[in-house]
Design a protein around this ligand. Structure first.
Ligand SMILES: [Zn+2]
Length: 250
């Protein structure tokens, strides 16, 4: 049976011409579920481009309402949406791209009490700018063997990395990279600023990594992509495990 309807084949007709979108890969693409925590400057373009790339199942998690100061980078929203819940408006806008995609929403911020709602996701994305949430998601994903993508954008700088948590023999996680940041008060975009373009680039890099990983187009595991969005320099850094990481139980 078809994984995509005739209408969807029309929507994605230019995309599905590409060699990477074989019959076999379309089966995978139509089934994967991506959880996005934080529908902000990264989560907006990420969710848009995943739906535009044929992903049919998303879970969006965010408790915030839309404010004017979001509009420079949160491109699913406009002035008419001020005061509404981000996840409600995002779901509505994403369904306008493909009515047949399934968008689940959780309209409160992620916490240890609702984390389990994410357990059927193939990949969980941290698109928040909150280090406590990043640590929480990192630990949850390791313990439940769920693949985890960490993304951040601040000023013009962006960094994105995908951890393959199904590979128990080779532990690498967010804590291996940033072991000393546990109690550090990180700079926030409300204080130091953020370029909407750089946040958008981070969302696009994250989307491509998710497609690459899910369809096995390129090995994305443990490669941190960093960029100065202004100068358009991109680097891919191979990350190594930290022997004494407290989350490494193997
Ligand atoms: Zn670790």
């Amino acid at each position: 049976m078809y994984n995509y309807s005739e209408k969807e084949y029309e929507i994605f007709s230019r995309l599905f011409i590409l060699n990477e979108y074989s019959e076999e890969n379309l089966k995978i693409l139509s089934k994967i579920k991506i959880g996005i925590v934080g529908i902000g400057g990264i989560g907006c373009p990420l969710s848009q481009y995943l739906v535009s790339s044929g992903v049919k199942k998303l879970l969006l998690v965010d408790g915030d309402i839309i404010e004017k100061s979001n509009l420079n980078r949160q491109i699913l929203f406009n002035l008419n949406d001020i005061g509404q819940k981000k996840v409600d408006v995002a779901k509505h806008k994403l369904k306008l791209i493909n009515t047949e995609c399934k968008i689940d929403i959780i309209d409160v911020n992620v916490s240890s009490s609702n984390l389990n709602s994410l357990n059927d996701c193939n990949i969980i994305v941290d698109a928040t700018d909150d280090w406590f949430t990043s640590k929480l998601l990192n630990e949850y994903c390791i313990k439940n063997s769920i693949n985890f993508l960490y993304s951040s954008a601040l000023r013009h700088d962006l960094q994105i990395i995908l951890f393959n948590n199904k590979n128990k023999d080779n532990h690498i996680c967010l804590n291996c990279i940033f072991p000393n940041r546990n109690d550090v008060d990180l700079p926030r975009c409300s204080v130091v600023g953020i370029s909407g373009i750089s946040a958008g680039l981070a969302g696009l890099v994250a989307a491509q990594k998710i497609i690459n990983f899910s369809l096995n187009l390129r090995d994305e595991t443990n490669i941190m992509t960093i960029s100065d969005g202004k100068n358009l320099n991109f680097d891919n850094i191979i990350i190594k495990s930290k022997d004494d990481c407290y989350l490494n139980s193997t």
